[in-house]
Design a protein around this ligand. Structure first.
Ligand code: HEC
Ligand code: HEC
Ligand code: HEC
Ligand code: HEC
Length: 228
């Protein structure tokens, strides 16, 4: 028998037709099964909730003396000699428990610097000889708009970290020609009279696109103030 002998052309056409018909029926069945949802469908992904705007807010929460001067705000709190007499430093008064008594004129000041109020004495920072300046332990006099070195005189390691950009917040440009670097002052974040930063709720965790996780049980608990 000749292995290269072609089948007669009419039979070849009939085979092709049968094959194509078979394939059409096959695919139609697959399509029907797909529409009938035989294998189930991927579950819809949960909606990713928007992050509360408070977590994206970048404005420093405290306005410093320098900010207030730049914005031409009411500076009467800093006009010490409108009320005090030059050359007569106001005496610091204490109650029976040796807690500083804050006069009502300074009622906006909350004194809580350090555990056990270790650094509440006004003249640790203010200059009794000239209330319009701050004084550093080594005798330097500083203007109100240059308070970080005052903080640094007692918080050396933090000050060093701040100077190198590891503590606090640095923004601006690497290229000094475009505007240079801005570094927030200590008092943009810490109230000098009560410097502890209040605890805040953590931002929600990241959203995984592929999986859904139940939040760990403790995530719902409210954060608590650290105790000393
Ligand atoms: C609105 C008026 C007013 C202004 C402005 C003012 N003070 Fe006073 N301050 C007072 C009065 C009143 C007392 C209580 C005086 C007393 O007890 O003899 C006082 C008390 C003080 C005391 C003693 C605090 C205590 O608890 O015993 C210090 C320190 C002081 N002031 C510093 C300042 C400095 C620094 C400034 C400016 C940055 C300033 N004051 C601005 C009215 C003022
Ligand atoms: C740890 C240092 C420190 C101590 C202690 C301190 N101050 Fe101040 N105080 C500052 C600095 C720094 C500023 C300026 C902050 C700024 O730029 O906003 C200031 C601002 C002020 C002002 C003007 C702004 C305002 O908040 O009214 C007054 C008044 C004042 N201090 C009074 C006092 C009195 C009274 C005491 C003691 C009860 C005291 N301070 C203790 C560092 C201190
Ligand atoms: C005269 C020294 C002195 C100066 C100046 C000073 N601090 Fe303090 N600070 C202390 C002491 C002491 C503590 C308490 C440390 C402790 O309790 O372990 C403290 C605690 C703190 C804390 C921890 C929070 C707390 O209340 O326990 C922060 C934050 C802080 N200071 C920030 C500042 C800032 C910002 C300035 C400048 C405006 C400043 N300090 C200036 C002495 C100082
Ligand atoms: C951008 C905001 C920011 C600036 C600017 C900043 N700090 Fe802080 N600082 C923080 C935060 C947030 C913490 C952590 C508070 C906490 O853990 O309770 C902190 C912690 C501290 C602590 C330790 C408090 C503790 O309980 O152990 C000290 C001290 C301190 N800062 C001092 C400074 C000094 C001094 C400067 C300026 C030279 C400064 N900070 C500038 C935000 C700032």
């Amino acid at each position: 028998m000749d292995p290269f002998k072609q089948p007669p052309p009419a039979r070849s056409g009939a085979r092709t037709n049968t094959l194509l018909a078979g394939l059409t029926v096959g695919f139609a069945c697959l399509a029907a099964l797909l529409v009938a949802n035989l294998w189930g469908r991927a579950p819809a992904r949960p909606k990713i909730p928007l992050v509360a705007p408070s977590f994206l807010e970048t404005t420093p929460w405290r306005r410093s003396y320098a900010d207030m001067v730049a914005a031409k705000e009411d500076m009467s709190d800093f006009d010490c000699y409108a009320c005090h007499e030059k050359g007569k430093p106001p005496p610091i008064r204490f109650d029976a428990n040796l807690k500083i008594v804050i006069p009502k004129e300074h009622a906006n000041i909350e004194t809580k610097h350090g555990t056990h109020d270790r650094n509440n004495l006004c003249y640790n920072c203010h200059n009794e000889a000239n209330l319009l300046t701050l004084q550093v332990r080594d005798g330097r006099e500083l203007k109100f708009d240059n308070s970080p070195p005052l903080c640094g005189s007692c918080h050396g390691p933090t000050y060093r970290d701040w100077e190198s950009g590891a503590h606090g917040r640095t923004s601006g440009f690497w290229d000094t020609k475009q505007g240079g670097i801005q570094r927030l002052a200590c008092v943009n974040c810490h109230n000098p009279h009560a410097p502890q930063i209040p605890t805040r709720e953590p931002a929600p965790g990241p959203n995984s696109l592929r999986e859904t996780f139940a939040p760990p049980a403790h995530a719902a608990a409210k954060p608590t103030q650290p105790s000393h």
